[in-house]
Design a protein around this ligand. Structure first.
Ligand SMILES: [Zn+2]
Length: 497
């Protein structure tokens, strides 16, 4: 075969692999949004079969022949070279996992996730725990297959979400973050700044919420022709492809801020997914470089923009028009005290942007112990509760507010949690860079003039896709190394001065 033929054939194979991945992610989305409760067993089987086909496609000898035959030194754009390099890396990693283990993992995660949801509904984990134990056992096996010499089991799993990032890179940053966060919380506590805000005096009708939120997405730059908004018990986003990006939300008539910020968050993820280069559709060059970078996009919109005073100076009058009963008697200052309230809570997804990271550090340290085999599932509840006391001075009232609150572990996503905090750290670095690039940044946010900001993100982050790893991407975009300095500076500016 000539080089152009090899390139053409390889691109076809890559797109075939991404088509299977799209099918898997659509099944995952459907499982969380539309699937009837009885569909759990057969869905787990379907997803495991699809995972098996994906495994075969990624580890087929022809795939490796093509990857070996393509002459990168002499031909191809930087994007093509990055695309082949990323695909080779993914295929080699996949080949380390026996197909039987790959399928067993998908099936076990789907079943455990289903049982987790039942355990939450019935307030009883007895059906969930044996499936969870089995899943953890398989995850340890997976880690043993994947790990490189010198890597711990946990670090091997972390690579799935944050490739190229080691524990040696993140642990010192998280330790200094812990010192900074506890200092800020202590300062707020001493100054009476840890206050749970009072409820709003009226409700936020569901229909009004729906129309307000649907209008909000295009104003940020989200293309509704390439995306949709549905409801689910736990808000999430799923990029099936850059042309089909699904967001979900849940509506609370008495707690609109929860719906609002979770949609702003998922909208940030959605903007990233829609921002990949069209030319590279269904290849690694239309895929997130890492979950930490993904999270930097959601956190930038949710917190850096959405919890800023300047944003609400522009947006609040419109919000009052939509919800006169709840907001007619609330002025901007008292609304902002709700938006920027800080108080320890048992539930991660209800946490403010300061204590949120304490939830992540708690989970990060526990999940490392679980994966390394140093914390048994039987000990999880008591370990969880004692950590909650240490960080937040409280004990959860219910398992649903304890270790059953997050789906991640039940879905087998060990090594995922630290990416949330990495996202927060990077979002603050992005904000500082934007303020430098756009001297009128605050004014643009107040006016809702987001076009130039989104274009900067597209150029420097979205369209870079997997050209480099996350650390290098963020260094190129913001000029910063991975550290907690920008984030702590941002929190102090917003909450202390
Ligand atoms: Zn997120």
């Amino acid at each position: 075969m000539t080089q152009p033929d090899i390139q053409k054939k390889l691109l076809e194979q890559i797109r075939g692999i991404y088509a299977l991945r799209a099918a898997l992610s659509l099944h995952g989305w459907d499982q969380e949004t539309k699937m009837p409760i009885g569909g759990g067993g057969s869905r787990a089987f379907v997803m495991a079969e699809l995972a098996g086909h994906l495994h075969k496609a990624m580890t087929h000898p022809e795939m490796f022949d093509l990857l070996d035959s393509v002459a990168l030194e002499t031909s191809g754009s930087p994007e093509w070279k990055a695309c082949v390099k990323a695909m080779r890396k993914d295929c080699l990693r996949k080949a380390k996992l026996p197909i039987s283990l790959d399928k067993a993992l998908v099936q076990a995660a789907s079943l455990a996730q289903h049982a987790w949801s039942e355990a939450r509904n019935h307030g009883n984990p007895s059906g969930f725990l044996p499936l969870f134990r089995q899943l953890v056992h398989l995850k340890r096996e997976e880690a043993d297959c994947l790990r490189e010499p010198g890597q711990s089991k946990y670090e091997a799993l972390l690579q799935t979400y944050e490739p190229g990032v080691t524990l040696a890179m993140i642990e010192p940053v998280f330790d200094s973050l812990e010192v900074g966060l506890t200092g800020i919380v202590e300062h707020l506590r001493e100054n009476g700044g840890l206050i749970k805000p009072p409820p709003f005096p009226g409700t936020f009708p569901r229909g009004q919420q729906k129309s307000y939120l649907k209008d909000m997405l295009p104003r940020l730059g989200f293309d509704m022709r390439r995306g949709r908004l549905d409801e689910s018990a736990h808000p999430f986003s799923e990029g099936i492809t850059r042309e089909d990006v699904r967001l979900t939300v849940r509506y609370h008539e008495d707690n609109f801020l929860d719906s609002y910020f979770s949609l702003l968050h998922e909208g940030g993820h959605g903007l990233y997914e829609q921002g990949f280069d069209e030319e590279w559709l269904m290849t690694p060059m239309a895929e997130a470089v890492s979950l930490g970078v993904h999270e930097s996009q959601s956190r930038f919109w949710e917190n850096c923009v959405g919890r800023s005073r300047e944003y609400w100076e522009g947006e609040y009058p419109l919000l009052v028009q939509y919800f006169p009963a709840a907001l007619g008697s609330i002025d901007l200052d008292s609304f902002m005290r709700r938006v920027q309230s800080v108080h320890p809570s048992a539930v991660r997804v209800q946490a403010d942007e300061i204590t949120y990271n304490m939830h992540i550090l708690l989970r990060f340290r526990l999940e490392k112990l679980i994966v390394e085999g140093d914390l048994g599932i039987d000990e999880l509840e008591s370990a969880w509760n004692s950590e909650m006391q240490r960080w937040f001075w409280l004990t959860p009232d219910h398992l649903n507010e304890g270790y059953l609150q997050d789906v991640h572990w039940a879905a087998g996503l060990f090594g995922y949690f630290p990416t949330y905090t990495l996202g927060n750290l990077w979002a603050a670095q992005i904000r500082e860079k934007l303020i430098e690039v756009f001297p009128r940044y605050h004014f643009m946010v107040r006016e809702g003039h987001f076009g130039p900001i989104l274009e900067w993100l597209r150029q420097n982050i979205h369209r870079q896709a997997r050209k480099t790893n996350s650390i290098e991407l963020m260094r190129n975009a913001t000029g910063c190394e991975l550290d907690s300095d920008s984030f702590l500076r941002y929190l102090r500016e917003r909450y202390i001065t």
